[in-house]
Design a protein around this ligand. Sequence first.
Ligand code: G3H
Ligand code: 13P
Ligand code: ZN
Length: 287
Amino acid sequence: MPLVPATRLLKAASAGGYAVGAFNCNNMELVQAIITAAELENAPVILQASQGAIKYAGLSYIAALAKAAVAGTSIPVALHLDHGTSFEQALRCMTAGFSSVMIDGSRLPFAENVALTKHVVGVAHVLGVSVEAELGKIGGTEDDISVSEAEAFFTDPDEAARFVAETGIDSLAVAIGTAHGRYKGEPRLDFDRLDQIAARLEIPLVLHGSSGVPPEAIREAVRRGIRKVNIDTDIRESFTNAMRRVLEAESGEIDPRKVLGPAREEATVIIREKIRIFGSANKADTV
Ligand code: G3H
Ligand code: 13P
Ligand code: ZN
């Protein structure tokens, strides 16, 4: 099956009341772990490439890995640009075969975020590519701001409704208390705000910074309208912990496959757990 637009996966998720896992990848082993986990769970899945991934692996390698992956599987898979920085980068991804792009104008004033996002939507929709955008600021745990400071950056429900109407995007990343990277304490999600956003919008909502969020909070967010859940840090951690374990046990190991193979297996286990939490297991055939 060729790569499918994320919109198709997220529409099915909205109809079925579950969320699709969007897992970050930057090498062959991670792509294989994500696809194997999705196959074992019979789940639709989104492969996504961050700015760091594009810098590390290169756009053409990521696109080629995703295309090789879908050529050998029957589960529905989308390839998505994560936190796209410019119109040009989004266009490069579309040209390389990505079926979905995020344009992240959240650092910009509202009107400029609208203008940039609209520009991307205009081209993407002609090409059948889905567009995710962000309103509010999700940020990273390393940003070191207090919870009350962070709230100032949370997504405003009325602004979100205007943003979607003015841009025509397919999905919206919302700032409701999650952050990228490892949490210092336990993250507290603003579910009331999520309800208010979900009540005003008809498009699927996206939760970023979902590593380290307790499973019950993720399930609650999905019940309240989250349809795409982004996971990176938890996968990185399981992958590198497995590598470390092998090298600690066999400090003289020189075969990369002996180190990366167990890492791939460990990442597969974690991704399968996430898929079950999101409710997308056994949903591949409903897309
Ligand atoms: O957007 C969130 C990603 O976890 C950042 O990943 O370090 O590969 O750019 P990166
Ligand atoms: P985590 O690394 O916190 O899981 O966030 C991933 C993410 O939001 C990618 O866009
Ligand atoms: Zn993110």
